[in-house]
Design a protein around this ligand. Structure first.
Ligand SMILES: [Zn+2]
Length: 870
């Protein structure tokens, strides 16, 4: 699954009390399952069906237990050895199962279990749920992690793979899509039909898919033997070209990487009009949010295209890694997601090197480093008892830290060795299940190295190391002393004795060029001999390939600041992130960070400029809280001045043959000077340009669109608010719809803030977007207090409109409230209104909130001193 970027994802439905084991008996396994469903979303909210499980029973049993939740199940029939056994149904809602208790024992061997079921199309984007687009109504499935049991009674564990034969009765005007191609369509008369799908290869229940409604397909494109199509609601035919190209290009590269053809019979990419996650890797029928699949290449920003390509590739990587070879249990979910995340950057980078995907990855890695520095973080590997616990782990640690660790291992072993290990792993376990150790074994075989000891510390220990680095000269040679401790954001916390084997790579200046030095650091402290005598500088995390923070001493830092051009852009991004983290954690001065940040005024790389945004915004808000509005305005003005010349030189209009780099740099500068610096002239110009943009979407360089829509809203009136609302309703592309809808969250006029808040409870905002708009409002400093009051007052209703994976987003934005009193208020509110599935997020948010407050106190004198200087 790809989460929606927060960057990425999160948690889940109310945990139920622990009673009896949650796992199904391992001695009853389905191997073939026929499911028939009758569903017609245009006319009925209910659905019903029958399921026949063909089972292999290893031991004599008195009952059969399987999953079913929020379904009415009836008419159990068990047959074995040519006989029909009588049985009655018992329900176990606490573990989301039903049990057929038999009047006589079931002998070992083959058995058949038939059940009837009925349910209602859900409204929470889970199980088999209702979605709409204009007047069209649809039913879609979303079954990961434990939601197949809300679609039909089933053995809903990833290791219970079976072949499924699905048939669906519905109105003739509906398209019906599932994992496999259609075998036949049976007309039933009176406008109805039954669609029979071909039997699937062995699949886990969470990978099944069903879409029913009026959907339109693109022409197919071919990738080798595979037919690839995009399906969407009517009227979006012109938005499929980019997604088809990204699908074909990345699929071919994935086949080459795994050295194994695409494993299913066809490939449908389905744009779903209301969808909780970013996308879901259903085998052969991948579902997406519309914004991540339907693209107008003329008006989309480069960021939108890159993100769509990355998510498409992430899901396609899952076809092998996740679908063909599936984790045996949810505790190894991280491996699925970490691998698919890493693979997507790897493959899209190979397809479009000019997109510099690893620079994007650096932003995600930075967010993971931030979260993983909290006391309330968790190890990548967490024991999982229930699937609901697994779903709590759909977060930055699982995806981004996981992908960083995969990348570190790949670099440590070498790309070809790593690929050979992955190929062995996939070949050995295809159509089956595997555990993490199977991958380490395959990598060990491929490399001849014992991989597990290096990997385990990174997977099983929470947090990551700080490497303090200091250069020394001795015996006519140069050495780098290192000392490792756990890095924690709280300067008062005491690091425990955790130790990581660090596959260290440093960049060392050698004359005018640089070279990299590698060493596996297995001890807490020691020395690395440098290959160059008295190098101009040493940078402690070359290409930011390691998941650790280097901390250079003052003299090295000065050397690096004087040689920024000799570092790669990702290293400059890394340097900014590491210095900021060090300043926040009290390991380094804030003033020197601010000087470093403003020294990037001539920076050419957009991603480096983007990496300055959030630290400087936090400094500005901190100055506002501790020193007052004037100090905040002074800091913002200083940023606007520092980057203003560069923005002016770049101008609003692109040059005649301008490439992506310059376009993205302009957008990043607009963010610094306009959104962060709040330059009045830039705000006024954005307002004017936004008018033109509303009238003609081609009037603006596409990469400026997000910033211009957000900036104009800050100074916008009720008329502009109405136009945004209309623009989002009538948008020609999903990206435009999203841009103007979320733009409603950037207004500052109190009445318009209230209007935007009220909209979150109406149909004007789809279920998939409620949490995102609310997050925007909570982060908007002119709106955050009103938004929090609204959240508290309307919580029960809002919660129903925020599916479990999204409800964490607005919670994470709450530290923007910024005062001790608000922190107490937030803590008290969630004590009285617990969200068990977001329990970890709430703790992390309160910790982050406390860290911000402590930072305000510590930063005050340094900020005052720095602002006092010219
Ligand atoms: Zn995924």
């Amino acid at each position: 699954m790809a989460a929606t970027r927060r960057k990425k994802s999160s948690t889940r439905r109310t945990a139920k009390p622990a009673l009896r084991p949650y796992r199904l008996a391992p001695d009853v396994r389905p191997h073939d399952v026929d499911v028939h469903v009758t569903v017609d979303p245009q006319n009925e909210a209910a659905f019903h069906g029958e399921v026949v499980h063909r089972l292999r029973v290893a031991k004599r049993r008195r009952s059969l237990e399987l999953h079913a939740d929020d379904l009415v199940v009836s008419a159990p029939v068990v047959e074995a050895a040519g006989r029909r056994l009588r049985g009655r149904l018992e329900r176990h809602p606490e573990r989301e199962t039903i049990e057929v208790v038999l009047a006589e024992p079931l002998p070992p061997g083959e058995a058949t279990l038939r059940l009837s079921f009925r349910g209602t199309l859900r409204s929470d984007l889970r199980g088999l749920y209702a979605a709409s687009s204009g007047a069209h109504r649809y039913a879609f499935t979303q079954l990961e992690a434990p939601d197949a049991r809300r679609f039909f009674p089933c053995f809903d564990e990833p290791a219970m793979k079976a072949r499924f034969r699905l048939s669906v009765t519905t109105s003739t005007r509906n398209t019906v899509l599932s994992n496999n191609p259609v075998e036949k369509i049976e007309p039933l008369g009176r406008g109805r039909k039954t669609v029979h799908f071909r039997r699937t290869p062995p699949l886990s229940t969470y990978l099944l898919a069903l879409a029913v409604g009026e959907l339109v397909a693109s022409e197919p494109v071919h990738c080798g033997e595979t037919e690839l199509r995009i399906w969407h609601v009517p009227g979006k035919e012109h938005l499929t070209r980019f997604g088809l190209e990204a699908g074909r290009e990345t699929l071919g590269r994935l086949e080459a990487y795994f050295d194994l053809p695409y494993p299913y019979d066809k490939l449908d990419l389905v744009a779903v009009p209301d969808f909780e996650a970013g996308a879901m890797e259903n085998a052969g029928a991948v579902f997406f949010r519309e914004t991540l699949l339907l693209i107008d290449p003329e008006t989309a920003t480069l960021q939108e295209k890159k993100r769509a390509a990355e998510v498409i590739c992430h899901e396609l990587a899952h076809m092998w890694y996740g679908d063909l070879v599936t984790m045996a249990w949810w505790d190894d979910l991280w491996l699925n997601e970490a691998f698919a995340t890493w693979m997507a950057f790897h493959v899209v980078d190979a397809w479009k090197p000019e997109w510099k995907m690893w620079n994007d990855f650096q932003h995600h890695r930075a967010a993971a480093l931030g979260l993983d520095a909290l006391a309330e973080t968790h190890p990548i590997y967490v024991k999982v008892r229930t699937p609901n616990e697994a779903t709590q782990n759909f977060d930055l640690i699982t995806y981004e830290k996981g992908a960083s660790v995969v990348r570190m291992i790949e670099r440590f072993l070498g790309a070809e060795t790593f690929r050979e290990g992955v190929r062995r792993y996939i070949r050995a376990h295809r159509e089956g299940n595997a555990v993490a150790a199977d991958l380490w074994n395959a990598l060990a075989e491929a490399s001849g190295q014992d991989v597990e000891p290096v990997v385990r510390a990174w997977i099983e220990q929470a947090g990551f190391p700080l490497l303090r680095l200091r250069r020394t000269e001795r015996d006519g040679r140069s050495w780098l002393r290192f000392e490792q401790t756990r890095f924690l954001s709280n300067p008062k916390s005491h690091a425990n004795g955790a130790l990581w084997p660090v596959p260290w790579v440093g960049r060392v200046a050698a004359g005018e060029s640089t070279r990299t030095v590698r060493q596996l650091l297995t001890r807490r402290r020691g020395e690395i001999e440098l290959p160059v005598r008295g190098p101009r500088f040493v940078y402690g995390n070359a290409e930011e390939g390691g998941f650790y923070r280097p901390l250079h001493d003052e003299s090295e830092l000065a050397a690096l600041a004087g040689a920024l051009d000799a570092l790669l852009p990702v290293e400059r991004m890394g340097l900014v992130g590491h210095q900021w983290a060090a300043a926040r954690a009290g390991h380094a001065g804030l003033a020197s960070f601010l000087e470093l940040a403003l020294s990037f005024a001539k920076e050419r790389d957009a991603d480096v400029l983007l990496s300055l945004r959030s630290p400087l915004e936090l400094c500005a808000r901190s100055a506002g809280r501790s020193l007052g509005g004037e100090a905040e305005a002074a800091l913002r003005a200083r940023v606007a001045r520092a980057f203003g010349d560069a923005f002016e030189a770049s101008g609003w209009e692109p040059g005649p043959r301008e490439g992506n780099d310059e376009r993205l740099r302009r957008a990043a500068l607009l963010g610094l000077v306009g959104e962060l610096g709040e330059s009045p002239a830039v705000l006024a110009e954005a307002r004017v340009r936004c008018e033109a943009f509303l009238a003609d979407r081609r009037s603006l360089e596409p990469n400026l669109a997000d910033a211009v829509v957000a900036l104009a809203a800050r100074v916008g009136d009720a008329a502009l608010f109405e136009r945004y609302l209309a623009a989002s309703r009538e948008a020609a592309t999903p990206q435009d719809q999203r841009r103007f809808l979320l733009g409603l969250g950037s207004f500052t006029d109190p009445e318009l803030v209230e209007r935007a808040l009220a909209l979150t409870l109406t149909e004007a905002v789809g279920t998939q977007d409620v949490a995102l708009l609310l997050t925007r409002l909570l982060a908007n400093r002119a709106a955050s207090e009103r938004a929090w009051t609204f959240v508290k007052r309307r919580w029960p209703k809002l919660r129903r409109r925020m599916p479990p994976m999204l409800v964490t987003r607005p919670i994470e934005a709450l530290p923007a409230l910024g005062t001790r009193a608000y922190r107490r208020d937030v803590a008290a509110f969630f004590r009285a209104n617990p969200v068990p599935t977001a329990a970890r997020t709430i703790k992390q948010t309160l910790e982050q909130f406390a860290l911000n407050l402590a930072f305000d106190e510590r930063a005050e004198p340094e900020l005052a001193g720095w602002l006092g200087k010219p």
